[in-house]
Design a protein around this ligand. Structure first.
Ligand code: BES
Ligand code: ZN
Length: 616
């Protein structure tokens, strides 16, 4: 009896779940899902089967064949990170049916009131399950070590439609009999087949780790942008849909590039869902249906970069998955590498290098952030008692990228491309750890361990000396302009004439953390950075303004924090206010959070809360 994952109650001696059938009734008045989950195990089992849940209340547990009740117990106090352990006692069954309901505070779900949507007239709900939030939607072995196929029957108001990271099977009228388990639980009678309800059915035939379970329900519209790609937004958000369709017109080209570099695209469709502005990430690689923040749509090439990243996960992350979050770099490091290979082909080497430079800057900043917590600077790190949302950083992305690049530079591109294809083909639909990768590497590139200190790279702290700081004319120029700012020189109009958001981002991130207030204001007066439509630029600038005590910008900071819920922006702005600021800044942080809190996804609420409690 041993845990297989520091973030799950799943036990090594138990069979893993291979299939889940869900019936879900979504109640938009109470923000509750009444559900039943039929879990099928890889083999029959007798004894106490451990499952993960978070803020779920269980009505009953049944043997699905005999419908006899099965004994179960729910741990008395939830673990602050893993949630509530549920133990079901089996005697030879290979499946179990759990009838339950979720809580309005389910950490994976954001329920938007009509006023929080674009249309202002319809409800909306969406999920974010990575890293450990699927357990707040249905009881499961919520570890990427388990790969599940699933099907879903979802009962929703008929004015809405549902999308999932799964194949859409059909939309149909509800049938009263299919509600019998739910109505024996907490669902009121005849609600299931109410007049205003409809059922959407989905099936996911490729086995996925539970963190890739995803759906969204709202008044949705879409446009075709390629043979296997539609873009979805709220149907009232016509301008967003138009802009997104333009921005993502090149998606099919990227999929083809991906196939050339990494092998067949195994997920059939590659649809894109643009979420409301509160979506907590830039993008989430939900298979068949990537989720995106609307802030990536800015009419330049950077939106495509996020799509390239999420697309790259179709191979690295979704096909080959980290066995638990301690090996997260296997997902994100390889994906960052794969993303830049795609970008290099479709947008050119200069842009790929610029992205690499922004990444390098991010990585060196993280070393500063984690100088008292060096464990977080390791690729493979110990996460016992650690909440993945609290230690989310650029390290797995950028140090992981550097490690993959180091191998590529050692053996050359041609050999590396061949290796990568073989790696993906060998481990597809499997979940692996760092050692499995290293063994495969050593077996396929004999002698590599003599050329690269593999242990230092994967288990050591900091940035190894043989990491590669990118060089290109534009990168070097921007870095030197940023250095000159310290001596009081601002870049001239000519020098910035060709700059897009990414060039500005690199420039701003290479400025000192705080500067002379008059200099910061002069820069903004000339280039209007605080008002930029590009949130990367705007937030980088506002971060500098806060740290430089330019209080004139507090209004702009407040507006930004109330307009978007993407954690990439919330984290630095709240940190700057709470950590480097004086009383006024701390007060602003508290006030804005109190007012904006309800508009953030629960994961973002938790992250901001822990930033504020650390510094205030
Ligand atoms: N899988 C991540 C998002 C994620 C990571 C969600 C950890 C929950 C826990 C996704 O692929 C990602 O990395 N998104 C980036 C965009 C990208 C271009 C680097 C983001 O959201 O900023
Ligand atoms: Zn990623």
């Amino acid at each position: 009896m041993a845990p297989i994952d520091p973030h799950s109650f799943t036990d090594s001696s138990h069979p893993l779940t291979t299939h889940v059938s869900l019936s879900l009734y979504l109640d938009f008045n109470s923000f509750i899902i009444h559900g039943s989950a039929l879990l099928t195990l890889s083999s029959a089992f007798s004894g106490e089967l451990s499952l993960d849940t978070r803020s779920i209340s269980i009505d009953t547990v049944l043997d699905p064949l005999t419908l006899a009740s099965l004994p179960y117990r729910v741990s008395a106090t939830p673990d602050p990170i893993r949630g509530t352990q549920v133990v079901v006692v089996l005697s030879g069954q290979s499946s179990v049916l759990i009838v339950y309901s979720t809580s309005p505070s389910a950490s994976a779900l954001q329920w938007l009131s009509p006023l929080q949507t674009f249309s202002k007239s319809h409800h909306y709900v969406y999920t974010q399950c990575q890293a450990i939030h699927a357990r707040s939607i249905f009881p499961c072995q919520d570890t990427p070590a388990a790969r599940i196929r699933y099907d879903v029957v979802m009962n929703i108001p008929n004015s809405l439609s549902a999308v999932m990271s799964a194949r859409h099977v059909r939309r149909r009228l509800p049938v009263p009999e299919e509600a019998k388990h739910l109505e024996a639980g907490s669902l009121g009678s005849s609600l299931w087949s109410g007049e205003d309800r409809v059922v959407e059915e989905f099936a996911m035939e490729q086995p996925i780790p539970p963190y890739l379970f995803a759906f969204a329900v709202g008044e949705l519209g879409f446009r075709e942008v390629g043979p296997r790609t539609r873009v979805y937004t709220e149907s009232a958000a016509v301008e967003v849909l138009d802009a997104a369709a333009l921005e993502f017109a090149g998606t099919e080209d990227m999929i083809k590039q991906g196939e050339m570099l990494f092998g067949d695209y195994e997920w059939e469709r590659f649809d894109l869902l643009v979420l409301p502005p509160s979506f907590p990430y830039g993008g989430m690689e939900n298979p068949r249906m990537v989720f995106l923040t609307p802030t990536v749509i800015k009419g330049d090439s950077s939106g495509a970069q996020v799509v390239a990243h999420e697309l790259a996960h179709s191979w690295t992350g979704n096909l080959i998955t980290n066995i638990n979050n301690e090996h997260f770099w296997l997902n994100e490091g390889f994906t960052t590498y794969a993303e830049r290979r795609i970008v290099e082909v479709v947008q050119g080497a200069d842009i790929a290098t610029l992205n690499m430079g922004i990444g390098w800057r991010g990585l060196t900043d993280e070393m500063e952030r984690f100088k008292d917590n060096l464990e977080c600077t390791k690729l493979w790190n110990n996460q016992e008692g650690v909440d993945p949302d609290d230690v989310y950083s650029q390290v797995p992305y950028e140090k992981g990228f550097q490690f993959v690049l180091r191998i590529e530079r050692q053996i050359g591109r041609t050999a590396f491309d061949e290796f990568l294809k073989k790696y993906i083909a060998t481990f597809k639909f499997k979940s692996i750890d760092t050692n499995t990768f290293l063994e495969f590497l050593k077996a396929n590139i004999p002698g590599i361990e003599k050329e690269i200190n593999l242990q230092l790279w994967t288990e050591g702290v900091g940035i190894p000396e043989d990491a590669y700081e990118p060089v290109s004319t534009i990168y070097t120029k921007i870095i030197s302009l940023a250095k000159e700012f310290k001596e009081g020189r601002m870049p001239s109009e000519d020098e910035v004439a060709k700059w897009n958001g990414q060039e500005w981002e690199l420039y701003l991130e290479n400025l000192p953390k705080s500067c002379e207030p008059s200099q910061v204001m002069a820069l903004d007066k000339r280039y209007r950075l605080a008002e930029s439509k590009d949130y990367e630029v705007k937030v980088s600038f506002l971060q500098l303004a806060i740290a430089s005590k330019c209080r004139e910008y507090h209004g702009e900071v407040e507006k930004a924090l109330k307009a978007v819920g993407r954690m990439k922006y919330l984290r630095p702005l709240f940190t700057a206010l709470a950590q480097t600021g004086g009383t006024e800044e701390k007060q602003l942080a508290k006030q804005v959070f109190a007012e904006a809190r309800e508009t953030y996804h629960p994961i973002a609420q938790g992250v901001v809360e822990s930033i504020l409690s650390k510094y205030i």
